[in-house]
Design a protein around this ligand. Structure first.
Ligand SMILES: Cc1cc2nc3c(=O)[nH]c(=O)nc-3n(C[C@H](O)[C@H](O)[C@H](O)COP(=O)(O)OP(=O)(O)OC[C@H]3O[C@@H](n4cnc5c(N)ncnc54)[C@H](O)[C@@H]3O)c2cc1C
Length: 482
């Protein structure tokens, strides 16, 4: 058997044949690890290029990602794989991110002295009192996002710096959002610890942390996955683009193949799936009705990315800004000019990506491209971030079901689905959409690595446990690039 590079693909005796669904970070990492070890692997990707949500695209003679894509991991296996693929083609970025609120820019992660200085003395005292009040009446084990943040920062800071942004992102009240989301994405700090750290750090040379800098592929986040796909083929594997998998086929509790759009059934010994979890479960021929029924309660949030080309090379220094201001709908703005110079080359304009979040039924999701570009242009202008610089072009990129929503009680819904999928031999569900996990690239890469080890080394990694160790997933360690 020959692949597209003409490489002869010798199937070693007793090597399992593996199909991987999806050429995003999760699927490609699994396929790359397997192909390196000579396991026959084929990747099936519905889209036309590798990278999934972490792909890079060309726009107005420049390269952009789908929103900001900062790679960060404390896991040695993930870093080893990433640097093996990227080699020396990365740049170290001094991270700069701030919060846009009431026409002021606050440091992010929130720094108590910066925030309190910009809020003024009276507001600072209110924040302090509100924090003390929350400490006196804090519930022991917060169940919701709101409880968690109020317990750690007090109600006043929660209202200013957490509520609006989170409600824009998730489209539900913070009382309906599970505390898991806060524990995963907000540093394990309380206001007291943050103030204490601020005082201590002002007396010592500040340790460079992952908050301060990160490694970024010179040609965009997608470069990593383009290279992985190429190497899979060099290693004798296959990556089929424009090839949507309709369903995974099972017989007597064993996954035996996949069915493509044209109805063709292809037989494999193992299937690693990063296709949407609800679709996978709904189409498995042997799924019990109660498991199928539960998938409708897994909720996702859509993203609309509006790219605006602005006629200036110098707008603001941030990699991205969080927009907490409630008077605009935009939630985050990325400035690709501040990532890698290879993204823009000789071009003089800056490309910004404005992120809007919505559900299928929201009017904005169904709005035409010119109207969305106009809204984004108006909001950008009103933010004061671009002064009088001319907006030259606009482009809309819609991402359906981009964020798995950790609404309260989601684990009770997910549990039986995980149990059922875990009972099917030869099938592994991985990835952000594929496993209903609010993954960053590193989590999806790790799921891919572990899924490959489960196949090749008969390891028994529990993939559902990836991205649940929130305490150690914090950004306070020194950067270890190699
Ligand atoms: C706006 C935004 C900002 C982000 N910022 C960061 C960041 O700063 N840092 C970070 O690390 N991560 C970030 N992420 C997250 C990162 O993009 C994801 O964690 C990562 O891409 C998930 O990889 P995955 O392989 O699990 O899923 P995906 O990237 O979703 O890949 C799944 C792939 O499967 C394919 N597929 C689906 N169904 C089928 C089917 N039936 N048949 C064949 N193929 C199929 C899809 O086309 C897709 O290519 C961000 C994401 C977004 C949207």
């Amino acid at each position: 058997m020959k692949n597209s590079l003409g490489k002869v693909y010798r199937i070693k005796p007793r090597q399992p044949k593996v199909a991987v669904i999806g050429a995003g970070p999760a699927g490609l990492s699994a396929a790359y690890m397997l192909s390196k070890r000579g396991v026959p692997v084929e990747v099936f990707e519905a889209g036309t290029q590798p990278g999934g949500l972490a792909k890079s695209i060309s726009l107005w003679n420049q390269t952009v990602d789908l929103g900001p894509h900062r790679f960060f991991s404390k896991d040695e296996r993930v870093n080893r794989l990433w640097f093996e693929v990227v080699g020396s083609d990365f740049t170290v970025i001094n991270r700069m991110t701030r919060i846009h609120y009431e026409n002021k820019l606050f440091d992010y992660p929130l720094k108590p002295f910066d925030a309190l200085a910009k809020l003024g003395l009276v507001e600072a005292v209110h924040c302090g009192l509100s924090y003390l009040k929350s400490k006196c009446s804090a519930p022991c084990d917060p169940a919701t996002f709101e409880d968690w943040v109020v317990q750690h920062f007090g109600n006043r800071l929660y209202e200013m710096f957490f509520r609006t942004y989170s409600e824009k992102l998730w489209g539900i009240s913070c009382q309906e959002l599970d505390a898991d989301f806060a524990a995963q994405r907000i540093r394990q700090l309380s206001l007291y610890e943050a103030v204490k750290n601020g005082l201590l750090k002002s007396n010592t040379r500040q340790h460079k942390t992952l908050v301060d800098e990160f490694a970024y592929p010179k040609l965009g986040a997608g470069m990593v996955y383009e290279r992985m796909a190429q190497r899979i083929v060099q290693n004798g594997g296959f990556v089929h683009y424009g090839t949507q998998v309709e369903k995974v086929f099972t017989e007597n509790g064993v996954a035996t193949g996949i069915v493509l759009r044209d109805g063709a059934l292809r037989k494999y010994d193992h299937i690693i799936s990063s296709m949407p979890l609800p679709v996978l479960v709904a189409r498995l021929p042997e799924s019990p009705p109660h498991v199928k029924y539960l998938t409708q309660f897994l909720r996702f949030r859509n993203t609309i990315l509006v790219y605006l080309q602005v006629d200036s090379p110098n707008l603001f220094p941030d990699n991205w800004l969080y927009v907490h201001s409630p008077e605009v709908r935009v939630g985050r703005i990325t400035n690709f000019r501040n990532w890698s110079s290879d993204l823009y080359g000789a071009e003089r304009s800056s490309i910004l990506a404005l992120e809007y979040w919505c559900n299928d039924e929201d009017a904005l999701w169904r709005e035409g491209e010119p109207q969305i570009v106009e809204l984004a242009g108006k909001e950008l202008r009103s933010s004061g971030l671009v002064g009088n610089a001319k907006i030259l072009n606009g482009h809309v990129h819609r991402i359906p079901r981009c964020y798995p929503v950790y609404s309260t009680g989601y684990r009770k819904v997910l549990g039986p689905i995980q149990d059922y999928l875990g009972s099917i031999r030869g099938l592994q569900a991985i990835g952000r959409y594929g496993a209903f996990k609010y993954n960053n690239q590193d989590h999806s890469i790790l799921m891919g690595i572990l899924a490959a080890e489960n196949v090749q080394e008969q390891a028994s990694h529990n993939l559902w446990e990836v991205n649940t160790d929130y305490d150690s997933y914090q950004e306070d360690e020194a950067v270890v690039l190699r």
